[in-house]
Design a protein around this ligand. Structure first.
Ligand SMILES: [Cu+2]
Length: 123
C-alpha cells in the first residue's frame, strides 16, 4: 500500500490555495485602503461667549464645517473682505453649515460683533 502522493501532485493545490489567500489578502487590503482614504469629515465650530471655538480650524477641501451658535444672540461667520463665505445671521441655538471647497486660509469674523475673529484653513 502506498498512500504517499506522487511527487508534484500537491503543488497545483498549494498554488490554488496561495492564489485564494493572495486574493483574500488583496481584498482585505483594498477595503482597508478604502477605510483609510481621505473621506469628507464634518467639523463643528462652537460659537459661545462671543468666541469661535476652535479659533483656528484646519479641514480638508470637501469637508463640511458646521457653526453652532450657543449664545443667546445671533452671530455670523463671514469672510468680510473676500466674501468667500457668509453665514448670514445664525440665530441663537441654530447652526449653519458649509462645504469647504476652495483651499485657502480664510480669516472670518462676526459682522454683528466685529471683535469676534477666527480662521478656517482649507487644505
Ligand atoms: Cu456675533
Amino acid at each position: 500500500m502506498n498512500h504517499a502522493l506522487p511527487p508534484g501532485t500537491g503543488l497545483p493545490r498549494t498554488r490554488g490555495l496561495m492564489l485564494a489567500l493572495a486574493l483574500a489578502l488583496a481584498l482585505a487590503l483594498s477595503s482597508v485602503g478604502a477605510a483609510t482614504a481621505p473621506k469628507a469629515a464634518v467639523h463643528t465650530v462652537v460659537i459661545e461667549g462671543m468666541q469661535f471655538s476652535p479659533a483656528v480650524l484646519e479641514v480638508n477641501a470637501g469637508d463640511t464645517v458646521i457653526w453652532h451658535n450657543k449664545d443667546p444672540y445671533p452671530h455670523t461667520a463671514t469672510t468680510d473682505s473676500t466674501r468667500d463665505f457668509d453665514s448670514g445671521e445664525i440665530k441663537p441655538g441654530r447652526s449653519w453649515k458649509m462645504t469647504a471647497k476652495k483651499p485657502g486660509d480664510f480669516s472670518y469674523l462676526c459682522t454683528l460683533h466685529r471683535t469676534m475673529n477666527a480662521r478656517l484653513v482649507v487644505k
